[in-house]
Design a binder for this molecule. Structure first.
Ligand code: PMP
Length: 423
């Protein structure tokens, strides 16, 4: 890490990796296999981060490896149309509710940024609405009350973002129908888009009440506002059709990343044909990418999705999540301080405060994060890796076995005792 810090700011390529929120020295990972990783000192860990979501099959899955090697042996990228991008696009369109066309990019950030540009182009309006605690990547106009690394570091926004850019972004709390109705009464007709993580997973796991999301769909429809579901985490994880399928709500546009790239840099945004045909070369909304749709990344995504289909992956992930909840329940119930498991399928989070788990960023008790640090380090000492931030969700993969879950349960049992003494 000393060597890294000389040439990489903070020694990392993405900020939360630096362990600043929990203290200590980050693990430097050399390899991964299934649900486990090994660091450069040869220590092994059960991994509940899974590269922050993409590795839904676990590390170095043989089918994904084979697909990558095969694709790479024919050349990596051509800057021209290819068969694999068509196959992946056909799959995404057939799987996701209401989605007719999709465009590939190389990250979730590009996906949300471009989806908003499409919405602005299609509506001729500039303003957008987001919800506090929802993270949509690091495009300027979305770095407002954005959860993820920003909440980890206690910052509402980022330096370097011009005031004028964020002026077009309104922010409301989640879980507040009255606030939403009132906002739409006065500003609904000026909005190009509302963007939301339908299962917000970047500021804890803030499960929304169906009534709130249903109202959002109604109000956006009534005012001709484009509803964008940011499914970069939830897409192809919670179900084949993402959170849209689980919730029974079809957005106008959706954004993807993580799982659809199988561990390589891929993002995508898509939706109804009339909206997507705003994009160049059909329409006047410009968007492009040198490596977009490249063969290697497409092959990793396709192999991952095929494996999920083959293994009945989404039901199995739900079952693994269920067994995690069953295993942790007695340990958490017996803890000498409030701690609850919040779970949506293969996503989980520990809520460390009294009462029902929070449904908005504002409802998270500031003291909760302090409890997390000793818990995190105790687990790490036991060879169990959770995200190095109280606000990030945990990820399960098809490679997590009963033995891995037992390791987490035993680790949490010990960690809870340590944490009770430390706090
Ligand atoms: N949207 C959501 C919901 C995310 O969780 C993330 C990343 N964690 C992004 C967008 C941005 O994706 P990327 O890091 O690939 O740019």
């Amino acid at each position: 890490m000393e060597r890294a810090a000389r040439v990489l700011p903070g020694g990392v390529s993405s900020p939360v990796r630096a362990f600043r929120a929990v203290g200590g020295t980050p693990l430097v990972i050399r390899s991964g296999s299934g649900a486990e990783v090994e660091d450069v000192d040869g220590r092994r860990y059960v991994d509940f981060v899974c590269s922050w979501g993409p590795l839904i099959l676990g590390h170095a899955h043989p089918a994904v490896q084979a697909a990558i090697v095969d694709a790479a042996s024919h050349g990596t990228s051509f800057g021209a149309p290819g068969e694999l991008e068509v196959e992946l696009a056909e799959y995404i369109c057939s799987a996701y509710p209401g989605l007719e066309q999709v465009r590939f990019v190389s990250s979730g950030t590009e996906a949300t940024m471009s989806a908003i540009r499409v919405a602005r182009g299609a509506t001729g309006r500039d303003k957008i609405l987001k919800f506090s605690g929802c993270y949509h990547g690091h495009a300027d106009h979305l770095l407002v009350s954005a959860g993820s690394g920003l909440v980890t570091f206690g910052r509402p926004s980022s330096a370097g973002v011009p005031e004028a850019f964020v002026r077009e972004t309104a922010v409301l709390p989640l879980d507040d129908e009255e606030g939403l109705a009132s906002f739409f009464r006065s500003h609904g007709d000026t909005l190009a888009a509302v963007i939301i993580e339908p299962v917000p997973a970047n500021n804890g796991l803030l499960l929304q009440r169906p009534e709130f999301l249903a109202m959002l769909r109604r109000e956006t429809e009534r005012t001709g506002t484009v509803l964008i579901f940011d499914e970069v985490i939830s897409g192809f994880r919670l179900a084949r059709g993402g959170a849209a399928e689980v919730l029974g709500i079809t957005p106008d546009l959706a954004t993807f990343g993580k799982v659809i790239g199988g561990g390589l840099p891929v993002g995508a945004f898509g939706g109804r044909r009339d909206l997507m045909s705003q994009l160049a070369p059909l329409g006047s909304v410009y968007q492009a990418g040198t490596l977009s749709g490249n063969a290697v990344a497409m092959s990793a995504g396709l192999a991952t999705l095929r494996e999920l289909e083959k293994q009945d992956g989404w039901s199995r992930l739900e079952a693994i999540g269920h067994s995690l909840a069953d295993a942790l329940r007695p340990v958490l119930d017996a803890a000498p301080f409030p701690v609850r498991l919040v779970r949506a399928g293969s996503l989980f989070w520990l809520s460390l405060q009294d009462g029902e788990p929070p449904r908005s960023a504002e409802a998270i008790a500031p003291s909760a994060a302090k409890r997390y640090t000793p818990l995190f380090h105790s687990l790490l000492d036991d060879g169990v890796m959770l995200a190095p931030s109280a606000y990030e969700a945990g990820f399960l993969s098809l490679a997590h076995t009963a033995a891995h879950i037992a390791r987490l349960r035993d680790g949490v049992e010990r960690a809870v005792a340590v944490s009770a003494v430390a706090a």
